[in-house]
Design a protein around this ligand. Structure first.
Ligand SMILES: Cc1cc2nc3c(=O)[nH]c(=O)nc-3n(C[C@H](O)[C@H](O)[C@H](O)COP(=O)(O)O)c2cc1C
Length: 153
């Protein structure tokens, strides 16, 4: 069904609109959670800084019309397909010498992001990627051992 859709956000005005949509929702959610004002503002300014510094932001969406049926399994399958496209995007970027971060923030403000960027109504934001040429090598990560994540039968 190829339910993946991409909105490539390059210009400052579109990035600003995306930032306002994301932070307005974040501020509302953090206020509802009774977090201190200073914490809210510091989180918002650091998030906006990261967004502003990313040379390219690619928003990954799911097209709600690209689905075979209304069953929950079909929805899960579409989300899995879109996530696979997201991983392919990161691998392709890496192959081109780019680095990227998977950012799930749009999940928390799907309607606000769609409206702010005037995306088609059927496009449901799922994630975004900050892409650029890296100026540092990623640190080695501790990953779970094979025994923690796999069973052999
Ligand atoms: C599904 C998924 C969602 C993520 N969402 C966020 C996010 O919203 N914000 C964030 O800072 N990092 C998020 N990350 C982690 C970043 O993509 C990245 O791994 C993290 O910033 C660490 O970067 P590093 O691996 O280069 O140290 C997410 C990772 C995954 C796999």
């Amino acid at each position: 069904m190829q339910p993946w859709r991409f909105a490539v956000v390059e210009n400052k005005s579109a990035k600003d609109k995306l930032g306002i949509a994301l932070t307005t929702k974040l501020r509302a959610d953090m206020t509802t959670a009774h977090l201190p004002q200073s914490q809210i503002e510091s989180r918002i300014s650091s998030s906006l800084l990261r967004l502003g510094q990313a040379p390219v932001v690619i928003l990954l969406c799911r097209d709600l019309t690209a689905v075979r049926g209304a069953e929950l399994e079909e929805e899960s399958m579409a989300v899995q397909s879109v996530a696979s496209a997201g991983l392919q995007l990161l691998l392709a970027a890496h192959a081109e010498g780019l680095a990227g971060n998977w950012i799930c923030w749009p999940l928390y403000a799907q309607n606000a992001v769609r409206d702010a960027l005037k995306l088609p109504n059927s496009w449901q934001p799922q994630a975004m990627f900050f892409l650029g040429y890296p100026n540092e090598a990623p640190k080695e990560k501790t990953v779970k051992s094979l025994d923690d994540v796999a069973i052999f039968l």
